[in-house]
Design a protein around this ligand. Structure first.
Ligand code: HEM
Ligand code: MTE
Ligand code: MO
Length: 479
């Protein structure tokens, strides 16, 4: 194969019709497919790629991601692109579904690049009560859709007056602007600890797939009431479904749903948010509009919101039906029945240690070790206490809780059942006299007196969700 002729992009581009011959490129190889065009199962469309690369088209038609297609293509190979041309082509691909991704903060620890999934380093997560948007964890299942705010429409179905279509400026001007502070957590936060017990399927999140922000927008309740939601709808409907504008290659959008009573409750605080931390939503977080369902798992907080459907059924989407559910540790991929478990909505109590870091050391002469972290519970249940141990859980100390960025000005306590935001915590614990290593442990308690399980194994599940055991960090004591 090293004997194959080398071509430039210019030479390939000249072969762009049946008259001049049809050449295409794929991963740096050059192919003369003139003879194949009339045999192509997908018809004339194949000529769209004539004189250029196949990748952007094959990204749209996933049917090509099969061995037999690649074998077929290999029969037509006539040469390779010179490296310079290949590089140029790769960087200029306008139809790469990931070509419009926003730039991201360099501190983010990337779990997956395409789609983009990243968390901030644990060491900086608890430095701010309100997480700066640039380091707020990012969890995308698909490419980020770039939405023109002038052309944006939010559709609402399932109300008596027929389909509603709202522009962004209507959403902003017709309804009161409401602001809440709410923590979002991915169901897979701390999945890596489950992986240590036994391999699970999913992104290997550390402890920082959780962040806290202020969100502003229209109350979903206000919007539905103003377009005809009333007793007749309430009698039949049980769920509110959301659809994103992000689509996979088959045209299927990201989707999820929440119970109708959460959406309509005066205390539910469900927002159609257009601001995050006082600015337009960033592209990664759902610009121009996302749903914020406080107290509920990240997955239902649909970004780039395109459609709302009031319905008697849950969302039919893969992510509502066949993902984001919990199972027994004994359930495996051969026995799992996704219909047998409810979709995760409210999340359980959670806490983790952000400082010190695993494997570091503390100085005995300091006398004390400063331990820091976060704590949060789902469903609006307030964190009322965080217990910290430095001897693996034998003895415990109660940490100081923080509810704002200024220690001197704590936020007023949330109304009962509406504690949507996390608490940061901190404590100085004496270093036990003869200890050479500390096993630092934290566990939180919420207003329902729920607390965390002590170990991971009994809550292990094949998808690695709902990982909320006591968080443990080991550090050395240096003399
Ligand atoms: C289907 C080969 C380029 C669009 C197929 C299938 C093959 C194939 C083997 C049938 C796959 C199956 O059902 O298992 C190729 C080769 C190409 C090429 C070798 C380039 C050398 C393109 C391009 C486009 C395209 C550039 C679009 C712009 C389609 C579509 C189908 C298809 C839409 C589905 C047809 C259907 O099932 O209705 N192609 N293709 N193909 N191709 Fe291509
Ligand atoms: N909404 C759309 N449209 N597409 C997505 O991929 N990911 C969901 C949710 N909303 C997702 C989405 C998941 S699983 C999580 S955890 C949160 O968004 C993450 O929100 P963030 O990226 O703003 O942190
Ligand atoms: Mo998630």
């Amino acid at each position: 194969t090293s004997d194959l002729p080398v071509y430039t992009l210019e030479e390939v581009t000249k072969h762009c019709s049946l008259d001049s011959g049809v050449w295409v490129t794929y991963k740096g190889g050059v192919y003369d497919i003139t003879e194949f065009v009339s045999m192509h199962p997908g018809g004339d469309k194949i000529l769209l790629a004539a004189g250029g690369s196949l990748e952007p088209y094959w990204a749209l038609y996933a049917v090509h991601q099969q061995d037999h297609v690649l074998e077929l293509l290999s029969e037509y190979k006539i040469g390779v692109l010179n490296p310079e041309s290949y590089k140029k082509q790769e960087s200029a691909n306008p139809l790469d579904p990931y070509s419009a991704e926003p730039t991201r903060h360099p501190a983010l620890q990337i779990n997956s690049l395409k789609p983009f999934n990243a968390e901030p380093p644990a060491s900086i997560l608890s430095d701010n009560y309100i997480t700066p948007s640039v380091i707020f964890f990012k969890r995308n299942h698909l490419p980020v859709p770039r939405v023109d705010p002038e052309a944006y429409r939010l559709e609402i179905e399932g109300l008596p007056g027929g389909v509603v279509s709202l522009s962004l400026s209507e959403l902003k001007s017709r309804f009161p602007k409401h602001t809440i502070t709410a923590t979002l957590q991915c169901a897979g936060n701390r999945r890596s600890e489950m992986n240590e017990v036994k391999q699970v399927k999913g992104l290997n999140w550390g402890i920082a797939a959780i962040s806290n922000a202020t969100w502003s927008g229209a109350r979903l309740r206000d919007v539905l009431l103003s377009y005809g939601f009333g007793p007749e709808v309430a009698a039949k409907a049980k769920h509110v479904q959301f659809e994103g504008l992000d689509k996979d290659v088959t045209g299927t959008a990201y989707g999820a749903s929440v119970p109708l009573n959460k959406a309509m409750s005066e205390e539910g605080d469900v927002l159609l948010a257009y601001e995050m931390n006082g600015e337009d939503l960033p592209p990664d977080h759902g610009y121009p509009v996302r749903v914020v369902v406080p107290g509920v798992v990240g997955a239902r907080n649909v970004k780039w919101l395109g459609k709302i459907v009031v319905s008697d059924e849950e969302s039919k989407s893969h992510w509502q039906q066949n993902d984001y559910k919990g199972f027994s540790p004994g359930t495996d991929w051969d026995t799992v029945d996704f219909k047998s478990a409810p979709a995760i909505q409210e999340l359980p109590i959670q806490s983790a240690i952000t400082h010190p870091a695993e494997g570091t050391s503390v100085d005995r002469s300091d006398g004390e070790v400063t331990v820091k972290g976060y704590a949060w519970s789902g469903g609006g249940r307030e964190v009322v206490r965080v217990d910290v141990s430095v001897d693996g859980g034998k003895t415990w100390h109660v940490a100081q809780l923080r509810t704002s960025d200024q220690e001197q000005h704590p936020a007023p306590p949330p109304p009962p059942g509406r504690a949507w935001a996390w608490k940061l915590w901190e404590i100085d614990v004496p270093i036990p006299q003869r200890a050479q290593e500390l096993e630092i442990v934290c566990k939180a308690v919420d207003s329902s007196y729920n607390t965390q399980p002590d170990t991971v194994a009994p809550i292990w599940n094949l998808r690695g969700v709902l990982s909320n055991a006591w968080h443990r960090v080991k550090v050395k004591v240096s003399e």
